[in-house]
Design a protein around this ligand. Structure first.
Ligand SMILES: NC(=O)c1ccc[n+]([C@@H]2O[C@H](COP(=O)([O-])OP(=O)(O)OC[C@H]3O[C@@H](n4cnc5c(N)ncnc54)[C@H](O)[C@@H]3O)[C@@H](O)[C@H]2O)c1
Length: 358
């Protein structure tokens, strides 16, 4: 049994899906908070709850004793901790949500893991722990003591707390610094979804820092593959890190300037994009390019999905998602999309043929 927190979230739902297909039993927890459309979280779950071996708990990891009670009841061997208040810019708007989920909630999950002899605690960190000026690509030993946002600071705090638990209680804790994840069932607050909706609505695509930012856009399947490999690993040491408290980047080693990303996305959607340039956003790093050498030296080579292949899958999904959303608004009378009645065009976790790799 594996416990996955944030299981109705973008990455969580995909990780649960993959664990179930590998034959694991999974118990998930998510509080379905309204940071973005809870309907999207519910639809991700619908795709999961039809599968054998999945139990869902709707609850808050910050609630005292809840995750501990789940551990008592289900006795998970591993925990994949993904529940968090995500979003760099939103941490300027609602800082307390970050403290509650990312600090109080994090310690609750870690305490539950400690008291219930969980073999491996794998948790989401972020490329946001790297501030500005560490040099590119960003390796795990680059400076992380100057995060640009409270979100990044809470993720760095998670790494430090995990280190102390690993040291004090000999727990195996692995933090994964994800780099800008995109793909089907993605987050509506993130650039890929904001840009795609703007392009399809004919609205301007806003590029901060006058379009000079670049990101390691990482396809969701590559993140899931990395998480599952780490979870299932027997505990390899990583060069220069203690065996029990490791931290790895998982991100596409090829980064893309934002204007080039919008061009590829607009090609995938078959629609022209209108760009609007804006000044830098204070919480945004200029560039995040992932150095994957430590991950690959520890777990073996990893293939990353080429941007055009990933965007083709994402574009396919978002067209169906938007058509179905329009149908829901319109009520029982259905229209057809791309030759298929949308009412019968179920969204699957993995909607289209295999991606190319580079
Ligand atoms: N998506 C990315 O590009 C990215 C990059 C770096 C790190 N991360 C991290 O990966 C993890 C998953 O991110 P995601 O993109 O899937 O985000 P997401 O918001 O889609 O998923 C997080 C889920 O956690 C749930 N949640 C939040 N607070 C909770 C609480 N107190 N109790 C129970 N559930 C709670 C939310 O309802 C949500 O469904 C997060 O920790 C995030 O910080 C994501």
């Amino acid at each position: 049994m594996i416990l996955v927190t944030g299981s109705a979230g973008f990455i969580g739902a995909h990780v649960v899906h993959q664990l179930l297909s590998l034959g694991h039993q999974v118990v998930g927890i998510d509080n379905h908070n309204p940071y973005y459309d809870p309907g999207l979280k519910a639809r991700r779950l619908e795709a999961l709850t039809g599968q054998r071996g999945y139990i869902h708990v709707r609850g808050d990891i910050a609630a005292p004793g809840l995750v501990a009670a789940m551990c008592r009841q289900y006795g998970p061997k591993g925990i994949v901790h993904l529940a968090a208040q995500a979003g760099v810019r939103h941490s300027l708007v609602d800082p307390h949500a970050y403290v509650e989920s990312n600090l109080v909630g994090f310690v609750n999950v870690l305490e539950a893991a400690r008291h219930h002899a969980v073999d491996h605690f794998v948790y989401a960190s972020s490329s946001s722990v790297y501030g500005e000026g560490g040099g590119q690509p960003l390796a795990e030993d680059a400076p992380t003591d100057r995060p640009l946002s409270l979100y990044g600071a809470t993720k760095k705090a998670n790494e430090l707390i995990a280190y102390s638990y690993a040291h004090l209680y000999a727990m195996r804790c692995t933090g994964l610094r994800f780099f800008t994840v995109y793909g089907p069932w993605g987050r509506p607050d993130m650039a890929p979804m904001l840009f795609a909706n703007a392009i399809l609505d004919g609205s301007p695509v806003v590029l901060f820092n006058h379009g000079h930012n670049a990101r390691s856009f990482t396809y969701i399947d590559d993140i899931v593959d990395g998480v599952v490999r780490v979870l299932q690993s027997p505990g390899e040491a990583a060069a220069g890190q203690p065996d029990q408290a490791r931290v790895f980047n998982i991100g596409n080693p090829v980064s893309t300037p934002l204007p080039a990303f919008v061009s590829s996305l607009s090609r995938a959607l078959g629609r022209k994009a209108r760009l609007q340039f804006a000044p830098p956003a204070p919480a945004d790093a200029t560039e995040t390019t992932a150095d994957t050498r430590l991950f690959e030296a520890t777990f073996g080579p990893q293939q990353f999905t080429a941007l055009d292949a990933g965007l083709a899958r994402f574009a396919h999904w978002i067209r169906i998602e938007r058509a179905q959303r329009a149908d829901r608004r319109r009520g029982p009378r259905r229209r057809t999309y791309a030759g298929a009645a949308t009412s019968t065009c179920a969204l699957r976790m993995d909607p289209s043929p295999g991606p190319g790799t580079h």
